[in-house]
Unconditional design. Structure first.
Length: 625
């Protein structure tokens, strides 16, 4: 695990080692153990290392035997032991025991086809000396990030985090207004966009090739969908075996491992499987809040006692101003998911004891754990009653009380299916109303032709005619999981020099479950029955079988109390970004409604606070450059 960065001068200018070193230094939190560089002519590669595998000889960059292929890797190749054995039988010679070295030898045999053989979470850059070609690649589900900036005819830069690219004075970024609108719709900016027009994210499951002639981006993997007519039964023991194997292969490490434990079904399943291999020595970590209704530490403690783990927990309060700035600095662009706060805290707690932690991330998106997964099926059934009937039900629902269960689902029937699906991925249900309330006329005009929900509609269309549940699960895996959940986990854990692994995102497990028809995954309103059946009997149901709570913090209370002055200062200062984007009266009224309790706008205010915090940090950084 580490941070990587580099530059390829397309006009054959020699690389400045000092620049490459400064780019790597911006990633030192991701790799506090070591730094390494390869600079030759127009190419420069850099690595900041967090030593997990082969502590003694696993330094990067790593080359093949004759130095014609070089690579830097962020992440882990879990099946490197098996790959190495195969490559050695083919005659390849290894100088280290690290997983990174298998990439250069696989590339010698397979070219970009090597990606089909990798099982892990990764982002890597590979320089082919003979072809004068740079290859960038990102893992299938998007656990590890990769940013790049292409200046045609001049250079291609890449890095694990956006801040590393901004070290190069040739990169003069301008704010991407469309991305700001996406952020205000979703709480995050979906790939391939970033907050800057000149910089992009390489999407999950894609690779990029760059030569002096230009760049090409290719998709090498996609979430599989159930083939028509395939048997929908899955042997529970087969699922248990695949789950155990996914966990087992991710336990490969030369340093101590632990796990995040919320006490919910996902993390409980992972810790139970870890205990099969590691016994009672598993270190588990949880955080909670003193506010009533936001503390699940008792559930986690019960699970830990059942499994015999060495459990650590901590109660945390509201973030200080300094912490809010640190969060924003690590995200590099506006990120408004408030669960970043508890993720930061649990990562810090885990890092005090271990260097690697396993998590339950991906369980909801793979097995169907959100309310939208169940309602999508029923909305589809109602649409089949006919357009007129669906429209009538939507009109009736519009007149019902706003908080009534099912009202919003029925209201969505008036629109096209792709729009109804996409709307479910907006934060809360108030994005359009928020924009109407606070957008300044000029900002509204600038984004008038832009659809912030386009990535969800595109994913919905790609899923084709598959059953309704699998269609929305596909959208979840391709968008929300990759661009929100995994971004949050990567940045908050790496800020502490902690590696987090997600066994549910093992692509073999994903492919097994994704191919199952929807009626197998969520047959009724109960969520994740497959996962519940796999866990049943390992831990008493009373410990984990309860309504979904989510990793949420009492943001609304914090904003009204300890963070009140911070909000006032940043949202209404003369230098705020919002001066050019928002209507002052509308913004002030939104805050006053929340502050006084007349309305509940916690997510909106937190999102705006993070936007302004990022803007202030960016402005100060550019002024100091």
């Amino acid at each position: 695990m580490c941070g990587i960065a580099g530059k390829f001068n397309l006009d054959d200018r020699p690389i400045d080692l000092g620049l490459i070193a400064r780019m790597a230094d911006r990633l030192s939190h991701r790799g506090p153990d070591d730094a390494g560089y390869h600079v030759s002519g127009p190419i420069g590669l850099a690595s900041r290392r967090l030593s997990i595998i082969d502590l003694a000889t696993g330094r990067q960059p790593i080359s093949n035997e004759d130095g014609t292929v070089w690579v830097v890797l962020n992440g882990e190749i879990y099946n490197f032991v098996e790959l190495r054995a195969t490559l050695e039988r083919r005659g390849h010679c290894f100088r280290t025991r690290t997983d990174t070295e298998v990439i250069v030898h696989l590339y010698e045999d397979e070219g970009p086809g090597l990606l089909e053989h990798l099982r892990g979470m990764f982002a890597f850059a590979l320089w082919d000396v003979r072809r004068r070609q740079l290859l960038l690649a990102r893992d299938r589900l998007g656990e590890k990030p990769l940013f790049y900036a292409h200046r045609p005819g001049r250079a291609l830069l890449f890095a694990s985090e956006l801040k590393s690219l901004l070290v190069d004075p040739e990169i003069q970024p301008s704010i991407n207004v469309a991305a700001v609108d996406q952020y205000l719709s979703l709480l995050y900016i979906p790939a391939p966009a970033t907050i800057f027009s000149e910089i992009k994210k390489l999407p999950a499951g894609h690779y990029l090739t760059c030569t002096e002639q230009g760049i090409e981006v290719h998709e090498y993997w996609d979430v599989p969908l159930p083939p028509e007519g395939e048997e929908d039964r899955l042997d529970e023991e087969s699922l248990r075996a695949q789950l155990r194997e996914a966990v087992r292969i991710q336990l490969r490490s030369d340093v101590p491992l632990g796990a995040f434990l919320s006490g919910g079904i996902d993390s409980t399943t992972v810790v139970a499987a870890m205990s099969d291999d590691l016994g009672p020595e598993v270190v588990t970590c949880s955080v909670g809040f003193p506010e009533e209704g936001y503390n699940e530490l008792a559930h986690a403690q019960t699970v830990a006692e059942c499994l015999g783990s060495r459990h650590q927990s901590r109660v945390v309060g509201p973030p200080a101003r300094e912490l809010i700035e640190r969060l924003s600095w690590h995200f590099d662009e506006p990120f408004g998911d408030s669960s970043a706060v508890p993720t930061w805290e649990v990562s810090g707690l885990a890092r005090e004891r271990v260097k690697v932690a396993l998590s339950g991330d991906g369980g909801d998106e793979l097995f169907g754990g959100y309310a939208r997964h169940a309602t999508e099926k029923w909305e589809h059934a109602l649409r089949r009653c006919g357009r007129a009937a669906a429209w009538t039900m939507a009109r009736v629902a519009a007149g019902l009380p706003a908080g009534l269960t099912g009202r919003n689902a029925l209201t969505r029937l008036a629109g096209p299916p792709d729009q109804a699906c996409a709307v479910k991925f907006q934060f809360g249900r108030g994005a359009p109303q928020l924009k109407a309330r606070i957008y300044a006329a000029g900002f509204r005009d600038a984004i008038a032709t832009i659809d912030p929900l386009a990535p969800f509609k595109q994913a919905y269309a790609r899923a084709g005619k598959v059953d309704p549940l699998n269609r929305i699960l596909y959208v979840d895996l391709k968008t929300y999981l990759a661009d929100d959940i995994l971004v949050k986990v990567d940045r908050m854990s790496m800020a502490h020099g902690l590696e987090v692994r997600a066994p549910f995102l093992d692509h073999r497990l994903v492919e097994m479950v994704a191919r199952l028809p929807g009626r197998t995954k969520v047959p009724g309103l109960a969520t994740k029955p497959l996962l519940r059946a796999a866990l049943d009997g390992r831990v008493p149901r009373t410990a984990w079988d309860r309504p979904k709570h989510g990793f949420t913090a009492p943001i609304g209370l914090w904003l009204r109390n300890g963070l009140r002055d911070c909000v006032e200062e940043r949202l209404f200062s003369r230098s705020s970004l919002g001066r050019d984007l928002f209507d002052p009266k509308g913004l002030r009224q939104l805050w006053e409604d929340h502050r006084t309790g007349r309305g509940e706008h916690a997510h909106e205010i937190w999102m705006l606070l993070m936007l302004e915090t990022w803007s202030g940090l960016h402005a100060r950084a550019r002024a100091a450059a």
